[in-house]
Design a protein around this ligand. Structure first.
Ligand SMILES: [Zn+2]
Length: 397
C-alpha cells in the first residue's frame, strides 16, 4: 500500500488553491496549485474540492450500537434507570457480536470523515470486561487507519453495583486509557466517594478521566466544582473531561464565569452533543473563557435511541442550530469543536493540515467549512496516512 500521493487542485479552508505532497504517510509539502508536480507518485485530482483534517468523534458508544440490525422501536421507560435497564435486556438478547455491529459502524464513520475516536465501553459485574475485549480486538483490526481510545464506563452505576470498580480496574490493566464515571450524585448517590474512587484509579494507573454528568441544576454545578477541586488536588490538569454537563447551561453568569475559569485553569474539557432540548453547555462562553469544548455523537442507533448517523459535520450543524449560529466565525467554531478541539482533548499530536502532520484528510465538494456544515455533501474522500480509504462516501474494504 503506497503512502505517497499528490493531492492536486485542492482548496484549503481559507479558499487558497493548493497542491499537497504526501510522503511516507505524512504531509511533505503544501504548495500553491500550478507548480511543478513530480510524476512518480499517484495523483488525486481534487478538482477544486475542499480539503480538511479528518474529523474527531470525541464521545461514542460503539459497543452498544445496533448498527446494521433491523429497525428496533424504542421501548424504554421514561427515567434514566428505565433506559439503562431496557438496554441491558436488549443487549442480553442480541446474538450479533460486538465486532459485527461496531465494525460496520466504524467503517461508516470513517466514510463520513472521522479517523479519531474516543469510545466509552461498558463494564459491569455481569458481563465483566467482555465488551472491552471485543473493542480492543476491533481496534487492532483498524489500527493502521484510525486512532481509537477507550473509557471504562460504568453504565449501570459504580458504587451502587458492587464489583464494578474491580471490573473497571481490570479494563485499565487490559489497556483502556481512561477511567469513566457516571452521575456521582444522580446515579451513585455518593459524590465524594465516587470521585475519590475514580481519581484513585486514574492516579494508580496513570490514566485520564471522562465522566458522564447528566445531573442538572445546582446538583450538577456543585459536582463540576468538586471535579475541578479533585483535578487540582490530584495534579490531573489536562487529563479530565466532563461529558454532557447540561447544568452549565443553567448557571447564572457570575457562577458560570467562576466555573469556566476553574475548568480552564485545570484544563478540564467539556464534551457536548449539542442536545436539541433542555439545557446545554454554553459553548461560546466556555470557548471565550479558554475551555476546550469537543463534540461527540454519544449513542448511534442503539437501545437509547434509533437516531444518530455518526457524521461529525452533522454534529457541528446541530451545534449551530442549538445556539442559532450563522456567521462564518460561528461555523468555523463549530468545525473546530469536531476537529482541532477534539484533537486536543484526545491528545493527538501533529493534528491538522500542516507540513509534517500525518496525512489524515477529508476531501469533499464544498466551498469552505461553513458550506461543508450547511450542506454536508456525502461524496467524501477520506485519506488515512496518505492512503485513500473511502471514496464517494463509501469505505473501501
Ligand atoms: Zn455517553
Amino acid at each position: 500500500m503506497t503512502k505517497s500521493l499528490w493531492i492536486t487542485a485542492a482548496r484549503d479552508s481559507s479558499g487558497a488553491a493548493i497542491d499537497i505532497e504526501i510522503a511516507g504517510g505524512r504531509i511533505a509539502a503544501i504548495l500553491p496549485t500550478g507548480g511543478k508536480i513530480a510524476d512518480e507518485k499517484p495523483h488525486l485530482d481534487a478538482a477544486g474540492r475542499l480539503v480538511l483534517p479528518a474529523l474527531v468523534e470525541a464521545h461514542c458508544h460503539f459497543d452498544k450500537t445496533l448498527w446494521g440490525q433491523p429497525w428496533r422501536p424504542n421501548s424504554a421507560g421514561p427515567t434514566l434507570r428505565d433506559y439503562i435497564d431496557n438496554e441491558r435486556r436488549i443487549l442480553r438478547g442480541l446474538d450479533v457480536p460486538i465486532a459485527a455491529r461496531a465494525g460496520k459502524l466504524i467503517e461508516h464513520c470513517i466514510a463520513r470523515g472521522s479517523l479519531h475516536f474516543r469510545c466509552h465501553v461498558d463494564v459491569d459485574p455481569e458481563f465483566g470486561v467482555s465488551h472491552v475485549e471485543a473493542m480492543l480486538a476491533l481496534r487492532e483490526t483498524y489500527r493502521d487507519i484510525i486512532t481509537m481510545e477507550f473509557v471504562a464506563f460504568p453504565q449501570t452505576g459504580m458504587l451502587i453495583r458492587p464489583g464494578t470498580l474491580a471490573v473497571m480496574e481490570a479494563a485499565l490493566k487490559l489497556g483502556v486509557e481512561h477511567v469513566g464515571g457516571l452521575d456521582p450524585c444522580g446515579i451513585d448517590n455518593d459524590p465524594v466517594r465516587h470521585l475519590e474512587a475514580i481519581f484513585d484509579l486514574a492516579g494508580k494507573y496513570g490514566r485520564g478521566i471522562d465522566i458522564h454528568l447528566h445531573d442538572k441544576g445546582e446538583l450538577g454545578l456543585w459536582q463540576i466544582e468538586r471535579i475541578a477541586d479533585f483535578t487540582e488536588a490530584r495534579g490531573m490538569a489536562g487529563r479530565v473531561v466532563i461529558s454532557h454537563a447540561y447544568c452549565l447551561g443553567e448557571a447564572r453568569p457570575a457562577r458560570l464565569e467562576r466555573i469556566a475559569r476553574a475548568l480552564a485553569d485545570n484544563g478540564i474539557g467539556i464534551m457536548t452533543t449539542a442536545p436539541a432540548d433542555g439545557p446545554a453547555p454554553p459553548v461560546a462562553d466556555l470557548r471565550a473563557a479558554g475551555v476546550t469544548v469537543c463534540m461527540g455523537s454519544d449513542g448511534i442507533r442503539d437501545a437509547w435511541s434509533p437516531l444518530g448517523t455518526g457524521d461529525m459535520l452533522e454534529r457541528a450543524l446541530f451545534l449551530c442550530l442549538r445556539f442559532d449560529w450563522a456567521r462564518d466565525e460561528d461555523l468555523a467554531a463549530a468545525f473546530d469543536c469536531v476537529s482541532a478541539a477534539g484533537a486536543r482533548i484526545l491528545g493527538l499530536r501533529n493534528y491538522g493540515l500542516a507540513v509534517g502532520a500525518p496525512a489524515n484528510l477529508l476531501v469533499l465538494p464544498a466551498e469552505n467549512v461553513g458550506d461543508a456544515i450547511a450542506r454536508r455533501p456525502q461524496e467524501r474522500t477520506v485519506i488515512s496516512h496518505g492512503v485513500v480509504i473511502a471514496r464517494d462516501g463509501r469505505f473501501l474494504s
